[in-house]
Design a protein around this ligand. Structure first.
Ligand code: FAD
Ligand code: N01
Length: 552
């Protein structure tokens, strides 16, 4: 395939020139290599880590595992792959997902196109030649016709700007920069800062080893039990026998997950007693997907949301024995699900242990890290280790860290100063031939990410094929189309309860970051329809150009 794409790149044998640069070698980057190779493109994938896996390479903290069931949270592009891989449990842990991604890299011979331990620092679009010049921290300058940004939504870890961290004599860790060799917390006094999904997964594991764990909680979070267990052989056999059909069924779900009944009823339409029984059943089944889609209005209607929120609050009170601790752990002030719902294995139960203590970091914020521990506005604590489960500069962080310069010398970061703007989440006007994989403006983190990634890469592959067949060298989103899409993304979000929470979806976890709801919350089916309509209208909203005005 597309000789036209290659016409001015002529990459064969020239390491500094390729058809496409792919940034990142996680789920997105790996599939991108495979799919772009099928188009006959020459490639270079650049990855900061020394191995593949992205999220699953970096987040090695104890307890890390997925919360989308593994039979769904895996690639569908190869039936052989999905048939041969055996997941040990319903929600696989980090090491298993990392092993899977390494298997994928080997099975499809992907590593030969990956340059590891290299960070892309800058990308500049050369308007005269219609190529991107990609610079790295190793001094490379690579020319590429296309750039695929598979750099991740949750790949820039964030440690809050606490004074004094450099003075701390013990060891400190961030959940997403975990040492490969692991950490032995046996007998240690440990501080855990942050009670999002990472902190919630980690606490039971830390508590089992450490002499004492102090949890600094700023916002109490909703969490539901995973009920993780091995997948019974029969279930696995049945699932695999129907895999292609189930993958298709997943695309009809807002979340992109299969086997979750599509809700047809509003929460208020079920009598209260029956509703509580239903929530009990879903609580017993475990996981977040079923309970959050028990009714069709849980994330649209506050009264409906409150039925589930109060059910979970009661559960917390029934699990946690000390009433004061239970009270502090009870989430208030945001709708359930408007921050990502945590999925845990004995999180609330851990607070019944003698060696776990909860500190209210809202009432008494952390003031500084001292030589020996942490000082809040109320007290000083001594620790051997501090664990930051304080999250990420989500969705825009990885792209904004790269100096990306498009047409007319315009920086992406400047264009996004009021929040990310994209057309279909795929491209940005003024940045030709740069595709973003499953980022802002697309279902991305509000769906099964692997589904979102596969959809995007297929779309990009088809778009490149179309461009080649029309002799086009550049593809670019039109500003009007981008504006319209951004407006749609905002309208859809504003029809939900999501903007009511200070979440990372809203950029609220980073001081000074613009408050906009970044993912597209219309769901996978609506998103697929929007993309298909654009294609059916001959890629409405995209310009395909044969040569740039000044090109030769
Ligand atoms: P990533 O996996 O983040 O990979 C991006 C890669 O790009 C990284 O390896 C990074 O090093 C590299 N990179 C970034 N910038 C540069 C640069 N400038 N130069 C070179 N390399 C660069 N999603 C779900 O749908 N279900 C789940 O159950 C789920 N569980 C999660 C659990 C954890 C602990 C976390 C943190 C996230 C989870 N997610 C989950 C979201 C998860 O990020 C995605 O599912 C998916 O793994 C993202 O893949 P990706 O390839 O898009 O990005
Ligand atoms: O990060 P977070 P995360 N003082 O941003 C607190 C995915 N993921 O790494 O809420 C005190 O959610 C902060 O407090 P507050 C998933 O998409 C999935 O846990 O801002 N506390 C919060 O409690 C998830 O949503 C899994 O008030 C401070 C915490 O740190 C996303 O990754 C597992 C603070 C950060 O929570 C991010 O999750 C792990 C301060 N100064 C991750 N600053 C699965 O289960 C921040 N905090 C699949």
């Amino acid at each position: 395939m597309p000789r036209d794409i290659q016409a001015r790149t002529d990459a064969a044998g020239d390491a500094g020139r390729v058809d496409a640069v792919i940034v990142g070698a996680g789920f997105a980057g790996l599939f991108a290599i495979h799919r772009m190779r099928q188009l006959g493109l020459t490639l270079r994938c650049i990855e900061a880590g020394d191995g593949v896996g992205g999220t699953w390479f970096w987040n090695r903290y104890p307890g890390a595992r997925c919360d989308v069931e593994s039979l769904d949270y895996s690639y569908s592009f190869s039936n052989e792959l999905q048939q041969e891989w055996k997941w040990s449990s319903r929600f696989a842990d980090q090491s298993e997902i990392l092993a899977y991604l390494n298997h994928v890299a080997d099975r499809f011979d992907l590593r030969r196109d990956i340059q590891f331990e290299t960070r892309v620092t800058a990308m500049r679009f050369d308007e005269k030649r219609d190529v991107w010049i990609v610079s790295t921290d190793k001094g490379d300058e690579i020319e590429a016709r296309f750039c695929l940004m598979a750099s991740g939504n949750l790949s820039v870890p964030r440690v809050p700007d606490f004074a004094g961290i450099e003075r701390f004599k013990g060891k400190w860790y961030h959940s997403a920069q975990w040492p490969k060799e692991g950490v032995d917390f046996t007998g240690k006094r440990v501080a855990l800062i942050g009670t999002g999904s990472s902190g919630v997964q980690m606490l039971p594991k830390l508590a089992a080893l450490a002499s004492h764990v102090t949890v600094f909680q700023r916002t109490a979070n909703f969490s539901v039990p995973a009920r993780n267990a091995p997948i019974p052989d029969d279930d696995e056999r049945n699932h695999k026998a129907r895999y292609p059909e189930l993958r298709k069924a997943g695309l009809k779900q807002s979340s992109g997950m299969s086997r979750i009944p599509i809700p047809t009823m509003a929460a208020q339409d079920m009598p209260a007693e029956e509703r509580t029984k239903f929530y009990e059943e879903l609580w017993a089944k475990g996981g977040s997907a079923r309970i959050m889609t028990a009714f069709n209005n849980l994330l649209r209607n506050e009264e409906a949301n409150e039925t589930l929120a109060s059910f979970v609050r009661n559960k917390i009170r029934s699990i946690v024995k000390d009433p004061e601790t239970a009270e502090l752990l009870t989430p208030r002030g945001h709708p359930i699900g408007a921050k990502r719902l945590c999925v845990d294995m004995d999180y609330f139960e851990s607070f019944n242990r003698d060696n776990v203590k909860l500190v209210d970091a809202r009432r008494a914020p952390i003031q500084e890290i001292t030589e020996t521990g942490i000082r809040t506005t109320e007290a000083e604590y001594e620790f051997d280790a501090i664990v930051f489960a304080t999250g990420f500069d989500a969705m825009t962080g990885a792209l904004n860290e790269i100096t990306i310069t498009g047409r007319d010398g315009r920086r992406l970061k400047d264009k996004w100063v009021n929040g990310p703007t994209t057309y279909l989440g795929l491209m940005v006007a003024g940045f030709p031939n740069m595709f973003i994989v499953a980022g802002a403006g697309s279902p991305s983190v509000k769906s099964n990410m692997v589904t979102a990634i596969e959809l995007h890469i297929e779309w990009i592959a088809n778009c490149l094929t179309y461009a080649a067949s029309h002799g086009a060298l550049t593809i670019e989103a039109q500003q009007d189309a981008e504006d319209e899409w951004v407006q749609h993304v905002n309208e859809v979000a504003n029809g939900t309860l999501f903007p009511k929470a200070d979440s990372w979806y809203m950029g609220a976890n980073i001081p000074g970051k613009p408050r906009v709801f970044m993912p597209y919350i219309g769901g996978i089916p609506a998103y697929i329809k929007a993309c298909e309509q654009v294609v059916a209208d001959n890629y409405r909203g995209f310009d395909f150009r044969k040569l740039s005005a000044s090109g030769s």
